[in-house]
Each structure stands twice: as structure tokens, then as C-alpha cells.
Write a protein that binds this ligand. Structure first.
Ligand SMILES: [Zn+2]
Length: 293
């Protein structure tokens, strides 16, 4: 999709499932069950939607998804269904792993960093050989010192090779990645979680990562049970959504199974309505064909 001087693509890396209770935190199932259908194990369907931004200066990939390194048991637990060839993440849009100049990872949980590295000749190496990888220093440090509640979401082998191969950019706070693409620290989901704000011409957009994972998390108090700082998530959502509604930003959800980009409208005090873009804005059908739970 054209976006000012940029071209944007959604790359759907996989679908998977997580427990509905964990996805909606303190929201009772009698409420979330009306918008998210769960299976017999109480799991709700999710996707990993990566955003690829072609700018006049460089190509930026936002997130890397779950990746292929899962045991059969883990695959079943999360019902992971990979949707791409990991040697060629961008095949659906006619590009290759070598075309990526910058990779932004919102935080280092396994469903965001899992595709960052790949096995080549029995060694784990960066999956995008030419790219610099942008991670908040605070997130990096936390991932290495996570406590018992948080550490199950991190796998060191997803990101240790980035340091080893010297491709990692540890950044401190809000940072421009390339002209028109900026990361902003939100906290909430993890203490240093970052979102990506991008703009070109008169258009502006935001990739919310795990601050608003799906359209069913649009309501500010509907935050995930996984969030380390849920009250921060709630406040930051209100703040960003008010601006996004007022300035008509393009909004992208990382785990939405249906059309993951669109706009939001403010319908009342701290109330927002989701207006997805038409399906035709997605470059390839596979994004939605995979959405069947
Ligand atoms: Zn996630």
C-alpha cells in the first residue's frame, strides 16, 4: 500500500493461539467471549503481523514473529502455524532477507524475536544478514534478568546471536531509525516496550505492537494479563488513540487475525471504534486465508 513516499506491506508470519484469559487480563470471559471466539482449550486465535516499510532511504522490517525453532510439543501448545519460508521472509512481496536494512523489535518476547535469527550450517546467525537490529537497552537488560513471572516469555537464543555478530543497536529511549520512522518507548507490556511511529508526506501511522495487539483490545482498560504494568498500558492507549483518531493515523495491530490495519474513530469519552481498511489493501490473500480459527 502506498503511504506518502513509503510503501507498506503486512507480512503474516504465522498464526498461533494463546489462552483467552491471559490475553484479556481482568476482563471477564462473559465480556471478551462476545468478541473473541475461543477453542475447547480456551485459546483465542492470533497472528504475527510484521510490517515492512519501504522508504526512499532504506527498508525497515518491524518485528520478526515466532520463527521456526519450536518443538512439536510447543507447536501444539500454541497451535503455531508458520506461513512463510524462513530463508525468504519477504517472498510474498518479491523481496529477500538481504533487502532488509533495519529490523525493529518492540520487545524480546518469543513471538516478536523468534524470527530474528536462523540456523545456517548448524549455527544461529542473524536472519537478515545486512540489517542492523534495533532493541531498547532497557528491554535487553530486563530480558537477561527477568524474574520468575516474566522469564518464561524470553528465549536467549532468539537474540544472543545478534550481539555475537555485532548487528545489534541498543538504543535508549525514543529514536529515529531512518527518516520518517521512529520508535517511541511506551512501557506497559514490558518496562521498555516500544511502538513505531512512521510518517511520509501528510500521512502518519503507528504500529502498536503489544500495547494494542488486536482490534478487540481497542478499549483502553482491556489490557493483556501478560502486561507487566497494566495501568501504564491503559493510560498510553488512551493517549495514543486520542491522537490517532484526531489526526487520522493509520493504525496497525501485531496479533490481529483479520485485516490488521485501519483507522480509529473517537465515539465518546475514551471510547474508540475500529474501522479496518478494505481487504484489497493487503498485498496477498494469504494474510486473510490464514485467519480462519
Ligand atoms: Zn506478542
Amino acid at each position: 500500500m502506498k503511504f506518502g513516499e513509503f510503501t507498506l506491506h503486512i507480512i503474516r508470519e504465522c498464526t498461533f493461539k494463546l489462552d483467552g484469559g491471559a490475553m484479556f487480563g481482568v476482563v471477564p470471559k462473559t465480556l471478551w467471549g462476545k468478541t473473541s471466539q475461543c477453542d475447547e482449550q480456551n485459546r483465542v486465535p492470533l497472528a504475527c503481523n510484521l510490517l515492512f516499510i519501504e522508504t526512499p532511504n532504506a527498508n525497515v522490517l518491524i518485528e520478526t514473529g515466532m520463527g521456526p525453532r519450536w518443538t512439536e510439543r510447543e507447536r501444539q501448545r500454541y497451535e503455531v502455524k508458520p506461513l512463510l519460508d524462513y530463508d525468504n521472509f519477504l517472498a510474498s512481496i518479491g523481496k529477500c532477507n538481504n533487502d532488509v536494512d533495519a529490523v525493529v523489535i518492540s520487545h524480546l518476547h518469543f513471538d516478536h524475536a523468534g524470527g530474528a535469527v536462523a540456523f545456517r550450517e548448524n549455527k544461529l546467525v542473524p536472519a537478515f544478514p545486512r540489517a542492523r537490529y534495533y532493541v531498547q537497552r532497557g528491554e535487553w537488560e530486563f530480558a537477561h534478568n527477568a524474574n520468575a513471572r516474566a522469564k518464561g516469555s524470553y528465549r536467549h537464543e532468539d537474540f544472543a546471536p545478534l550481539m555475537e555478530y555485532g548487528v545489534l543497536e541498543l538504543i535508549d529511549g525514543d529514536t529515529q531509525i531512518v527518516p520518517g520512522v521512529q520508535v517511541r518507548v511506551t512501557g506497559g507490556h514490558t518496562s521498555h516496550h516500544q511502538v513505531v511511529v512512521f510518517e511520509s508526506g501528510d500521512r502518519k501511522g503507528v504500529y502498536f505492537a503489544d500495547i494494542i495487539p488486536t482490534k478487540n483490545h481497542l478499549s483502553p482498560p482491556w489490557v493483556m494479563g501478560y502486561d507487566h504494568y497494566p495501568l501504564t498500558s491503559c493510560d498510553i492507549k488512551s493517549e495514543y488513540l486520542a491522537t490517532a483518531a484526531e489526526e487520522n493515523w493509520l493504525v496497525v495491530f501485531d496479533h490481529e487475525v483479520e485485516v490488521p490495519w485501519g483507522h480509529v474513530k473517537m465515539t465518546g469519552d475514551n471510547k474508540f471504534e475500529w474501522q479496518p481498511l478494505p481487504v484489497q489493501t493487503l498485498a496477498h490473500r494469504q494474510v486473510l486465508d490464514s485467519a480462519v480459527p
